[in-house]
Design a protein around this ligand. Structure first.
Ligand code: ZN
Length: 238
């Protein structure tokens, strides 16, 4: 059930039986020359569509958070970078707003790597307020499943590009798909980090992406997400 289409009365009625909200979280950011700037929110939204289809009566889907933190990719056109501090405070207050509305389980369904570190203090604040936070970073948490489908992963790489192709092939320009196999040696940060490490706003090999691989990713990853949500709803965390 999508919250944005409910009114105050239907929301109150639904939340008397539904204790779980999913907040899709993404970013507007350069994704190679071939993928749309909204890639990181389009994919969580697609997972939500599948979840709505399968267990829509057991969850409420909140409006998405479109803007996040991207230090590395802010050197490219179309990246709208919010500081980690501002993002953390904003999303924390949004999440605690759902806690105040009585939700037991707050699911943070994230599509963007630069948001990951902020989601930890946000989750801790949710837990401190007696609700349960569940964070999904789909390409990290389900890497094993994804690597049975694609040869590699990456920012606008094979897995992410495939996931966008499966949403709508017309929003990806595969004639501009490239590859970037540069790998950093560790947690090293320097001035031109984004330009060098994410050359052309990309990592991995987008040329190997396909719609079919994307469809497989949605099938396999959404199955796992739904299993975990169902377990959390039963209070089974381990
Ligand atoms: Zn991305």
């Amino acid at each position: 059930m999508y919250m944005k289409y409910m009114n105050m009365d239907t929301f109150k009625e639904k939340t008397s039986t539904v204790d779980t909200v999913i907040i899709p979280i993404g970013m507007i950011e350069a994704h190679g020359h071939h993928c749309p700037l909204g890639t990181d929110i389009l994919i969580p939204n697609k997972f939500c569509e599948i979840i709505e289809d399968k267990i829509g009566d057991k969850v409420i889907i909140a409006p998405e958070i479109n803007y996040g933190h991207s230090w590395a990719l802010s050197v490219y056109p179309g990246t709208i970078n919010v500081s980690t501090e501002a993002f953390t405070n904003y999303v924390k207050e949004v999440a605690l707003g759902f806690v105040a509305n009585g939700f037991k389980n707050i699911i943070l369904l994230n599509g963007h790597g630069g948001n990951i570190s902020a989601l930890r203090p946000i989750s801790e604040a949710i837990a401190d307020n007696n609700s349960v936070a569940v964070v999904f970073n789909w390409w990290v948490d389900f890497r094993d499943e994804i690597l049975k489908i694609t040869e590699g992963q990456g920012h606008a790489g094979e897995d992410e590009t495939s996931a966008v192709l499966a949403i709508d092939e017309s929003i990806v320009d595969m004639s501009k798909a490239t590859s970037n196999e540069i790998k950093i040696k560790g947690s090293i940060y320097f001035k031109d980090f984004g330009k060098i490490i994410y050359k052309d706003a990309l990592s991995g090999d987008a040329t190997k992406a396909s719609k079919e691989k994307g469809e497989e990713i949605y099938k396999s990853v959404s199955k796992r997400i739904i299993e975990i949500i169902s377990d959390v709803q039963k209070g089974e965390y381990c």
